[in-house]
Design a protein around this ligand. Structure first.
Ligand SMILES: NC(=O)c1ccc[n+]([C@@H]2O[C@H](COP(=O)([O-])OP(=O)(O)OC[C@H]3O[C@@H](n4cnc5c(N)ncnc54)[C@H](O)[C@@H]3O)[C@@H](O)[C@H]2O)c1
Length: 402
């Protein structure tokens, strides 16, 4: 079979830039049925050493310090945007105007207004978008989605989601762009709560209203230059600067819901400064006939309890294996453990499949709008101490609504 070559452009060569690049490199061997080869054409970063690294180590043919050159390159078919949040709107809109399909990291902009502006530009240009909502992709999460949709849990009544991480639990952890409103927008709301909200809307349908609270646990951190190191760095004795956004956010939610989750209610919490949970991205979903729970720290396991009579009541541990989501593309037998990077290869597969005219199973910019509206409403609610209603959107989360 003649293979189609997909020309890849990359904007920003930080952690996510590397992860996206590896995903494009693995795509032809992990998903030969797509019939594609990937060609890493050009990468951009304003930090020259990172731009050079893209050529020398990641395998791009060219680098540039100006991302516009990536968008103008005729051999670039699809572009990954992995810049800090404050550049997402500018870059997403520029990609759309250049007619390039884009894979944009979350949060897509610094709040609902910026996300909506990207969505409008993508719609006007008719370009495909995919958002970095990778927690949709673990094979056991896909299995959970099927259990929910086929009614195995009965009517979904309530949920509890906690996305707790320790990446900012160190008081001398670096003041990266993530802690500044100008560069990140909100704090853990955009960073982790956006993931959790998207995952809940993916599984249960749209959230209709929220009541939120936020807290900043560490008000100052040591200053870090953009493009040098990450928020995981610990700096002793450096000059301190103010943290401008929240470390913790919690909210009560009411779902409009999909066919099996109408009027479900629950609590969603996110924290970046917890001591103990390392990256404990967890949900518990309760229905009239059963319950499930999942934690990213045990990525390949789903706890499932179905039925209220019989000998073996309570949660059973179900492990991912062939037959669950994309598992068999990675490992021939159950028990081998998948990891974070592989979730991004699955995301890349969904993006490229849609780009080639196949089924749209990818998250899209409308899903990002749906998540951003909930996150912005939580911020508004935290300030006003009132419930805030959320305007409905289209997107894959709304598409499964009854
Ligand atoms: N989906 C996920 O699970 C996940 C995980 C981590 C980060 N992210 C998101 O990915 C994005 C990037 O995060 P990261 O951890 O890779 O950040 P990072 O700090 O490691 O890298 C950001 C890079 O952007 C570059 N940059 C800054 N200005 C630029 C410009 N004008 N043009 C080109 N490059 C520029 C910096 O020099 C740096 O190399 C963020 O939006 C973040 O929220 C998503």
């Amino acid at each position: 079979m003649e293979k189609r070559t997909i020309g890849v452009g990359l904007i920003s060569v930080g952690w996510m830039g590397k992860v996206h690049s590896k995903a494009f490199q693995l795509l032809p061997s992990v998903y030969p049925e797509l019939g594609v080869k990937t060609r890493l054409v050009m990468a951009a970063d304003t930090a020259a050493d990172r731009a050079e690294y893209a050529v020398e180590v990641l395998g791009y043919e060219q680098f540039t310090l100006d991302y516009h050159e990536v968008l103008q390159h005729p051999d670039v078919d699809v572009v990954s945007i992995c810049a800090p949040n404050f550049l997402h709107a500018e870059m997403g809109i520029a990609a759309a105007k250049a007619g390039k399909a884009f894979w944009l990291e979350k949060p897509a902009g610094r709040g609902a207004h910026e996300t909506e502006a990207i969505a409008q530009a993508a719609a006007e240009a008719g370009v495909l978008s995919t958002i970095g909502f990778n927690y949709r992709n673990p094979p056991v999460v896909e299995h959970a989605k099927q259990l929910i949709e086929r009614g195995a849990l009965g009517r979904i009544t309530n949920v509890r989601g906690t996305f707790f991480a320790d990446y900012s639990s160190e008081p001398m952890g670096a003041l990266s762009w993530r802690f500044k409103r100008e560069f990140a927008g909100s704090g853990v709301l955009g960073d982790l709560m956006g993931h959790l909200v998207d995952l809940m809307q993916y599984l249960l349908g749209p959230i209709a209203e929220v009541n939120g609270m936020t807290k900043t646990i560490y008000s100052e951190r040591p200053i870090l230059q953009m493009g040098s190191g990450t928020h995981f760095d610990v700096i002793e004795g450096g000059e301190m600067g103010p943290v401008e956004n929240e470390d913790y956010a919690g909210m009560l939610v009411r779902f409009a819901g999909n066919a099996v989750a109408a009027d479900a209610i629950g609590t969603l919490e996110a924290c970046r400064a917890s001591v103990g949970p390392r990256a404990s991205y967890n949900f518990e979903i309760y229905g009239t006939e059963g319950s499930i729970k999942w934690d990213f720290e045990r990525l390949n396991e789903l706890q499932v309890a179905i039925g209220r009579r019989g000998e073996h009541l309570g949660y059973q541990r179900v492990m991912a294996g062939p037959g669950f989501g994309d598992f068999s593309h990675y490992y021939p037998g159950a028990g081998t453990t998948m990891g974070y990077d592989e979730l991004k290869v699955i995301e890349c597969r969904k993006f490229v499949e849609a780009f080639l005219g196949g089924e749209h199973r990818n998250s899209n910019i409308q899903d990002a709008v749906a998540a951003a509206r909930v996150v912005s409403a939580a911020e508004e609610s935290a300030a006003s101490r009132q419930w805030v209603a959320i305007a409905p959107t289209s997107g894959t989360t709304a598409a499964i609504r009854a």
